[in-house]
Design a binder for this molecule. Sequence first.
Ligand SMILES: *Cc1c(COP(=O)(O)O)cnc(C)c1O
Length: 342
Amino acid sequence: MHHALRLRLDSAALVANWRWLQRQGGAPAGAAVKADGYGLGAREVVRLLGEAGCRDFFVSTWAEAEALGVLPESASLSVLHGVGPSDGAAALASDARPVLNTPGQVARWKEIAPSRACDLMIDTGMNRLGLRMDELSLADGLVIDTLMSHLACADEDSPLNQVQLEKFHLAVSTVSAKRASLANSAGICLGPDYGFDLVRPGLALYGGVPRAEAAGHIAQVAFPEAEVVQRRTVKAFETIGYGATWMAERDTEAAILNIGYADGYLRCFAGKGAASVGGARLPLIGRVSMDLVAVDCSAAPGLAEGDWVTLDYALPQAAEASGLSQYELLTGLSQRLERRWL
Ligand SMILES: *Cc1c(COP(=O)(O)O)cnc(C)c1O
């Protein structure tokens, strides 16, 4: 089957990003592979990072845990959303550990698997998930592998980072657990004080740059590529696409690419996005028109039907251009893009 859209994925960049994050955090790095490896393909990410030595993986749900299949030798898997009222059977059938997030989940785990290892999330100020600091005694009796908390503002220089760090130290000294883990990608950039025994990058593995410290060290991993459906000349004063928002000032060479909304390439790229081929930059012209976009291909005289171009998708720049977050840019890419690891 010929796919007219693909996502070129750079496995060497993925592994290099993981290694940099591990050095920076000063602690072994796991990998958040929820949301199908942030859209890149969790199985392949786990395989590649497993070969590089990564031993701790994180998914959101039991369905995601099951979809991963067999893990690398001696690797462990944690289910971040824990064990909800309908998760008991799946949790008991799985080798993964739940990350217990609420008093209710703690009680449930004590009832269904009191001697089995779990992870425990502590809320140190984000109010998303986790036991409150005044609920730590509920942890008594649990067999805890990794005690965790999650930073709310690690991508900013917020005083909350230090507050959360201090609260987490207190939790670590109160609750008995094999390991402690606080930092996501942005938290890792705050330095080894935030490293503890395990860091949990997601975004930055896949080319996201959460803070300035990572710029120049984190490499792009995902490159959307689209095929040219047609090359055409737009005459001076003619318009292009839905809404006729763009008018040619002079005769303009346009290439029509088969990528659009359903692929996660959204309207906010109008007037901002671009593609490139052989070093030539091809700016988007007009709106994204459902499944198609037009680019000005004056800079690529030889470009023709059936040729491939690469959309500009370096995450920090694409986020800046589109107003989408780097997370949205990755996880929004649809399954119509054939994933190709190189
Ligand atoms: C998703 C997630 C991570 C990874 O976060 P990034 O910002 O993508 O690095 C780490 N820890 C927890 C608890 C998460 O939910």
